[in-house]
Design a protein around this ligand. Sequence first.
Ligand SMILES: Cc1cc2nc3c(=O)[nH]c(=O)nc-3n(C[C@H](O)[C@H](O)[C@H](O)COP(=O)(O)OP(=O)(O)OC[C@H]3O[C@@H](n4cnc5c(N)ncnc54)[C@H](O)[C@@H]3O)c2cc1C
Length: 465
Amino acid sequence: MYPELSSHQGSHAVVIGGSIAGLVTGRVLTKYFDRVTIIERDYLPENPVPRKGVPQSHHVHALLMRGAMILEELFPGLHTELSAAGASQIDMAKDVAWLNPAGWGIRFTSGVMLFASSRSLLEWGVRQRLMQCPQVCFITKSEVTSLLANSDRSAITGVQVRLHNQLDPKSVSEQQIFADLVVDASGRTSKTPQWLTALGYEPPQETIVNSHVGYASRIYQPPVNFSSDWQALYLQAAPPNVTRGGLMLPIEGVRWLVSLGGGDKDYPPTDEAGFLEFTRSLRSSLLYDAIKHAKPLSPIYSYRATENRRRHYEKLHRMPEGLIVTGDAACAFNPVYGQGMTTAAIAAETLDQCLKKGLSGLGKRFQTQLAQVNVVPWTLATSEDYRYRGTEGKSPGQKTQLMHWYMDRVMLLSTKSVEVRSQFLQVMHMLKTPNALFHPKIIALVFKEVLQSTLPQATLTTKAT
Ligand SMILES: Cc1cc2nc3c(=O)[nH]c(=O)nc-3n(C[C@H](O)[C@H](O)[C@H](O)COP(=O)(O)OP(=O)(O)OC[C@H]3O[C@@H](n4cnc5c(N)ncnc54)[C@H](O)[C@@H]3O)c2cc1C
């Protein structure tokens, strides 16, 4: 089912963290290593249910088309398996009613597809497939506590692991696991900066841009006989004046997952009445009307650690051999833009390219290339976040302000031009680079729009229904 080793690079690779980044990286490593061990702090459930180590799985997770394509390439047949389990693929312009800051996006068949399921189902589906790889072994209920290095500390040689007995959680043992390559895919709370410091290395610099967005989410059963001309709904915030947004995605089991988001610390409440009232205050009544008679199927979960956080491993003067850092551990985004899982998948592709050149100097090579591929999603997320009044982080320059001006026009055109919206959706789903939005044809449409009308401020702030 899986290809032979691409070009043998070592006998054993260890991945810290068995979430999306760890799983896709693990799959790529099977092409180069005899054995791949995924070490995960959580017990990994047999069914697609949320788990403690991935608290974000209670919230809407939209898989962008580029990410879905990479996953299908890594795990052929995955889409079919997930669809059989209730996931759906929905057209971004035909099936999603999207109120952008300038108005409702024009509806048409775009061919840009969003993969809609719960985050737990997606992760579970990918994990089941990786478990079928004969070289892969999962060690669960086990936490990596430090990195092991050779005598002159020039190379990482493995990890120190604390193993919890599944039957008796108080019973703990320690183990050293040796490897030719260690991959940190342990997410936002990665300890690699501290572990490197303990080995005498400088930690990476961090860039943080925080618009203080909070989430609150709940699963609903749609009302009987509910009918609409959309399958998913996105009421986008329009900062700085409108800090609130809401999103509804169909998930397996014919259910709706509703996530509310508020920037500038306008956090959505987690009590029943507050959640509904927040929904009612959004820029359109569509979401409130849909859920007011729907049956809640879950508690309301909240999440607030949404800052954009980039750890600059590519700038380290010295990096030990045998170590790389990927996924949210290297670069995490404000999740509102739905980029995290797709960039983790792109990072796995990048690693594949880097491994073809061997293990020597892999860390520097990979982190440098990863930093380059992360520039686009980082710029997209942070420049949008700078629209909030209270965003913390390096202040936006004139380039960002110019970008806001241009994107405001692109958003307005997305309400009436199929061509502009189509380009925008392809850029958003990482199928094209942002250059597509600066194609002479699009620039001409933007300037025609500028000449014909000035963008009314009211369009950006008034409540649409
Ligand atoms: C509210 C919210 C909504 C989001 N929505 C989207 C979306 O719509 N689309 C999208 O693409 N992305 C979204 N994301 C981002 C997405 O969740 C992540 O980018 C994605 O999960 C990849 O993360 P990761 O695998 O790097 O880390 P994580 O998913 O955080 O996983 C890290 C794993 O490492 C394990 N671990 C941690 N420390 C250790 C240790 N010391 N030893 C062993 N194991 C350890 C954890 O238990 C966990 O399993 C969202 C994020 C949030 C917070």
